[in-house]
Design a binder for this molecule. Structure first.
Ligand code: SDX
Length: 397
């Protein structure tokens, strides 16, 4: 009754699965991608390089880095048919609905990468990975443009991954958006910190779908849907909505926390974690970068900042939260950074999906490459009625 889903033959129904991608120690607050501490990657690396590491297992050599960057640049545009597909969603469609549909649609536009035969799909893996990582960013930005009644922008071949995203999002017909180094760095760090996180809900969903032999795009599309849930990837948006509600109620957080503690109010979004029973190391890094960017990203004047700091201060010393080992997680501060960059709240979970794409891809391949792979088939404890005979309609009261 552990609820674990079994991907590996050797583990029977008792445990989880084998993976060599990400290591987490929840008690010690440790997170490593392929053995590299997240703190070192946050300081020295960037999202594209970290995506390569998560997917291929090693830091790229100069030529590998160039080839990967070229593949991402070549795959940045999306086909006319998909542009029409995206622009025909209702203008107020939630971006996560558009994203999951569009990621799945990539399988239709690139059938040679989505044969649902893992042997064949693995032969085209590098191209499929570049299509998924590059186009998730373009699709996200195009969705924002449709949501806001604006014309599409087109990728610039000479722009980096984050710079191109910000250009696709915010350039206007007579005013190209050129991001500052601080904004591009803040976005790079946000995406890097989300690149993978072991067997979380959405990644397990990707692996469940992959275990049936499904192609990469169908699998990550399912991951997008799982991530959309407010207890998972939707939490970053829920944090800002929570802070905004506290602000609008004229509360400084005290009343909100009291209500959360006696179970009458909402949960403290951005707090707590199934695995981290200490401070989420990503939250520490994002908070530190956040304070460094207070001036350059003009966050200092954000009224929600004071409320966030008050909530954290109270919760870190309140027995209700401490006794339940509820500490800030990656979502608590990330929303404030995205808000400072100008990304609307309904796009926050989409940003999480962009960051998590390399992890989903790496974990999909772990399934597809595993010769001992068996379809995931969770079991249950039956609690329904015992055997009984059919009752004809005339005999039903
Ligand atoms: C992510 O798994 C991953 O790795 C996910 C993720 C990733 O990178 O993929 O890290 C991303 O999803 C981060 C988490 C984002 N979600 C939120 O911030 C939503 C708010 N947090 C929670 O809903 C909750 O903390 C979870 C879902 C994250 C974890 O919940 P658990 O471990 O299943 O804990 P629980 O629901 O069993 O709660 C235990 C107790 C309960 O109280 P009691 O029944 O003991 O009285 O703690 C309480 C809960 O009510 N509690 C909270 C709380 N979280 C748990 N009380 C107030 N505020 C909260 N946030």
């Amino acid at each position: 009754d552990t609820g674990y889903i079994t991907f590996d033959e050797g583990y029977g129904n008792t445990g989880s699965c084998l993976s060599d991608i990400t290591y987490i120690d929840g008690e010690a607050g440790i997170l490593r991608y392929r053995g590299y501490p997240i703190e070192q990657l946050a300081e020295h690396s960037g999202f594209v390089e970290t995506a390569y590491l998560v997917i291929h297992g090693e830091l790229p050599k100069p030529r590998e880095r160039m080839t990967f960057a070229r593949l991402l640049s070549e795959n940045a545009p999306i086909r006319q048919g998909m542009l029409r597909f995206i622009e025909n969603f209702p203008r107020d469609a939630h971006p996560m609905a558009v994203l999951s549909a569009s990621m799945n649609a990539l399988g239709a536009y690139y059938p040679h990468l989505a044969s649902n035969n893992h042997q064949n799909d693995l032969e085209h893996f590098d191209e499929a990975a570049a299509v998924a990582i590059s186009k998730v960013r373009t699709i996200a930005a195009h969705t924002y443009r449709v949501n806001n009644g604006k014309p599409f922008n087109y990728p610039r071949p000479n722009f980096g991954y984050c710079e191109n995203f910000l250009h696709l999002m915010f350039s206007e017909p007579y005013n190209e958006y050129i991001s500052t180094a601080e904004v591009a760095q803040a976005l790079n760090l946000f995406l890097l910190l989300h690149a993978d996180h072991e067997q979380n809900c959405s990644t397990s969903t990707v692996k469940m779908v992959a275990s049936a032999g499904a192609n990469l795009f169908a699998s990550v599309s399912a991951g997008v849907n799982a991530l959309w849930g407010p207890l998972h990837g939707g939490a970053n948006a829920a944090v800002i909505e929570m802070l905004q509600k506290i602000h609008n109620d004229g509360d400084d957080g005290t009343r909100f926390i009291a209500a959360a503690k006696d179970g009458k109010g909402d949960r403290l979004m951005g707090f707590g974690h199934r695995v981290y029973k200490n401070y989420d190391p990503r939250a520490k890094i994002i908070k530190a970068s956040f304070y460094r960017a207070l001036d350059s990203l003009n966050i200092k004047n954000d009224p929600l900042l004071d409320i966030a700091m008050k909530l954290e201060e109270v919760a870190l010393h309140d027995d209700y939260f401490v006794s339940r080992k509820l500490y800030p997680n990656v979502d608590f501060y990330s929303g404030l950074i995205m808000r400072a960059i100008g990304i609307p709240v309904n796009m926050f979970t989409v940003m999480f999906a962009i960051g998590r794409m390399p992890g989903w891809i790496a974990q999909w391949r772990e399934i597809a490459q595993n010769p001992k792979m068996k379809i995931a088939r969770p079991r249950q404890i039956y609690t329904g009625p015992q055997i009984r005979d059919y009752v004809p309609m005339e005999k039903r009261a």
